[in-house]
Design a protein around this ligand. Structure first.
Ligand SMILES: [Mg+2]
Length: 280
């Protein structure tokens, strides 16, 4: 099932929405039912991920900061202290699903699509994030353990797929002791707290604020989510290292009320509203 395919009538509904919001009077009629790939709502975000040197540089920046944090923690460690650890998310932090986004766009989808994602994940066609492997190898060399905590659900093989993704890229600590896969919740805090009882977390890595703390999981309220982040502004680039993700994540839940909305006229209208609303 392709729940997010462009639907007949969507173009007309979007045109009406645009007319209402933007005040444009003479938008061209779009009678074609076939989706126009060039009108895909995801194009800017995905083109940026695929091509921008800035996108890749942000990973180097994040992993350079993480390495500095590890070095500082090692220098401050005293005999008898708990061992040091790094807690990391997987997708869009360590593994970049760039071929998935290419497939999604080519298939005419303009919103995240679970069936496409679920079919693609087991294929081990991920790209390692720039600087990630080198950083984790550095941690391993220094005796700092890395724990992967991810939220995924591809059915009974979810764990094996996730472990396979890490192993396929030759990442350190790709083993059951260091990988936790949450299939029924995106709340990572219970597992992180469990690990923090035995290890001192040096740094948390993620592309979603929810990778750091559950308090940022706020649906349908963009200003509240921004305010929650601002409370912790001193943590970014220190305890929390954040990577860029303009295509998916809980920022979308703040806009749409859910992380993976279907491609409907209502979702398009919310996207447009999000784009024209200036928050100061
Ligand atoms: Mg992620």
């Amino acid at each position: 099932m392709f729940k997010n395919r462009f639907m007949p009538g969507r173009s007309a509904a979007l045109a009406l929405t645009l007319t209402g919001v933007m005040g444009a009077a003479n938008l061209p009629a779009q009678a074609e039912e076939k989706p126009d790939p060039a009108a895909n709502a995801l194009l800017y975000a995905v083109a940026w991920k695929q091509t921008a040197a800035e996108y890749r540089a942000l990973y180097h920046q994040g992993y350079n900061i993480a390495r500095d944090r590890v070095d500082a923690a090692l220098a401050a460690q005293k005999p008898g202290d708990k061992p040091l650890a790094v807690f990391t998310d997987m997708d869009d932090t360590v593994l970049l699903p760039l071929p998935y986004w290419s497939r999604l766009i080519s298939g005419g989808h303009a919103f995240f699509d679970d069936p496409v994602w679920d079919e693609w994940v087991p294929q081990n066609d991920l790209v390692v994030a720039p600087g990630a492997k080198e950083f984790f190898e550095y941690c391993q060399e220094k005796g700092v353990e890395v724990f992967y905590v991810t939220s995924r659900d591809q059915g009974p093989n979810t764990y094996d797929y996730a472990l396979g993704n890490l192993k396929a890229l030759g990442l350190p600590y790709a083993d059951p002791d260091h990988l936790t896969v949450l299939t029924d919740s995106s709340n990572k805090e219970p597992r992180q707290q469990e690990l923090a009882a035995k290890y001192t977390p040096v740094v948390y890595l993620g592309d979603n604020l929810n990778d750091f703390q559950r308090k940022y999981y706020i649906k349908g309220d963009v200003p509240a989510r921004i305010a929650a982040m601002e409370e912790d502004r001193a943590e970014f680039g220190r305890r929390f290292v954040l990577f860029p993700n303009p295509t998916d994540g809980h920022w979308m839940a703040a806009v749409f009320g859910e992380s993976e909305p279907a491609d409907t006229p209502e979702a398009r209208a919310k996207l447009l509203e999000a784009a024209v609303t200036v928050l100061k």
